[in-house]
Design a protein around this ligand. Structure first.
Ligand code: SF4
Length: 468
């Protein structure tokens, strides 16, 4: 019987089918962070239970920590006592691998799990953050779990899960020069809408996906949740196996070879059934930029923002009017040339070494425009170290960017990192919701290259005009 990648991993992990579309699954990896902190350990504390498999559980500091050099005082971080310090205390007590502040392995949870070889093809992996879809780019089944679900995983290494339907999005053909994985996923969300993946596991496939390096596949899967899909994935292949080889927690020697033999069996079989299939023409994609307050509010950089007067109905008109009001944009205006105040490169979407390398190519020999604040927050200590070894930090610093410590930072603005009220930001993050980057901040999502281009011109700019 022809099976999809999702179906193969699902079946491999079912402990018991509980009917009505629900099953109890084995969870191969769980990763905690400072936002869930000590909270998720409370039931274990109360019941005086040990974790059955502490070695399958990991933890890092990322969500609320400051990323300014020196980090600031961690006791003053919102939730610092139960968050950072609580996670540190409980990880030690229960024997969870912790990547603490100051450890080169510390970083944004969805950056470090592939980077350290914790995430492998065919695994189930959960984390208390909805962008855990990212890690599906390794060919695994990965999703964001709620606090009570994480508690259940800590206590049993299992989870009750409703089986999603299967959606395959095929990117056929090749992307044009200057078009990145971020543009591919923003384009898909723009075409299909922010609710298209609701109830589905999305497999991204097709020629343009196969051509991506692993880090690009992680970027694409990262934003599956922005089309409401709890799961996103890309089948593992030789590119993935090469990426995994030698990573600290990945299998080694004969065990690695055994892993590869199994991983090769996982891609969707020809003729596998999907509940829905969509094909997108990768050649039509240009650099994307959001204009509104949802990732679906996205256009090509040569486009114009919508005009509510042309909306097909009152509901759509109201939606557009509200989004444009928050964004402070005139109906029908060209997006290219819109002045910006801040530029941010970071987050689990686009803070990996390849992202920083590509942005540095745009920044080299250029200066951040007068009046623009520009930050780069590498996704992990390892990314930061590797970038510094290549001199990428110098390119950013010489251009006028702040070169900061790893963390979620302005993806979520939970800790001390903040932009000013009403500022217009261009950002390599994943959400442009109202107030996501601080009160009144107007966020435009784009690729790291587009952020770099806007930083040096002071305006939203088609990066292809600056590309080297
Ligand atoms: S960078 Fe943003 S989306 Fe990613 S883990 Fe951190 S808060 Fe979540």
């Amino acid at each position: 019987m022809a099976l999809s990648l999702f179906e193969k991993i699902w079946r491999e992990h079912v402990i018991r089918d509980l009917g009505n579309g629900y099953a109890l699954l084995h969870i191969d990896r769980n990763v905690n962070h400072d936002l869930v902190g000590s909270l998720v350990f409370e039931p274990l504390d109360k019941l005086k239970r040990r974790m059955p498999f502490p070695e399958l559980n990991f933890a890092t500091m990322d969500h609320g920590i400051d990323t300014d050099p020196g980090r600031g005082d961690e006791t003053k971080i919102p939730g610092g006592k139960d968050g950072v310090q609580g996670l540190r205390r409980k990880s030690k007590e229960y024997g969870v691998h912790l990547f603490d502040l100051g450890d080169v392995r510390q970083g944004i949870v969805h950056v470090i799990t592939p980077e350290l070889g914790i995430a492998l093809p065919g695994l189930t992996l959960v984390c208390g953050d909805s962008h855990t879809t990212t890690v599906g780019g390794m060919g695994a089944l990965c999703w964001g779990a709620g606090v009570t679900e994480i508690e259940h995983v800590l206590a049993t290494q299992t989870l009750l899960v409703e089986k999603p339907k299967a959606l395959r999005i095929l990117f056929e053909g090749r992307v044009a020069k200057g078009v990145t994985p971020k543009d591919m996923i923003l384009y898909a969300i723009g075409q299909l809408g922010a609710k298209a993946g609701n109830g589905y596991c999305v497999e991204f496939a097709g020629e343009a996906i196969r051509a991506l390096p692993v880090e690009g596949r992680l970027t694409v899967c990262n934003m599956a949740i922005e089309m409401a899909a709890r799961f996103g994935m890309v089948a593992a292949d030789d590119t993935t196996f090469e990426y995994i080889a030698g990573r600290p927690f990945a299998p080694k020697g004969a065990l690695f070879d055994q892993g590869v033999r199994y991983w090769r069996t996982l891609p969707s079989d020809p003729g596998a059934a999907f509940d829905r299939e969509v094909t997108l023409d990768a050649g039509k994609i240009e650099p994307q930029i959001t204009w509104g307050t949802s990732p679906q509010d996205v256009i090509g950089v040569s486009g114009r923002v919508p005009d509510p007067a042309k909306a097909p109905n009152a509901e759509q008109r109201g939606y557009l009017e509200r989004a444009l009001k928050y964004a402070g944009l005139a109906p029908g205006a060209p997006i290219d040339g819109t002045p910006i105040d801040v530029a941010f490169i970071g987050s689990c979407t686009n803070s990996r070494l390849s992202d920083l390398r590509r942005a540095a190519q745009i920044l080299k020999g250029r200066k951040v425009a007068k009046g623009v604040t520009a930050w780069c927050v590498p996704g992990s200590g390892q990314v930061k170290r590797d970038a510094e070894a290549e001199g990428i930090d110098r390119v950013f610093r010489d251009a006028g960017f702040e070169w900061r410590e790893p963390g979620c930072s302005m993806c979520v603005a939970l800790g001390g990192d903040k932009f000013g009220p009403g500022q217009r930001s261009i950002s390599s993050t994943n959400r442009n919701f109202e107030n996501r980057q601080g009160v009144g901040v107007r966020t435009h999502l784009a690729s790291p290259e587009m952020v770099a281009a806007a930083a040096v011109t002071g305006r939203i700019t088609d990066v292809r005009k600056l590309a080297v």
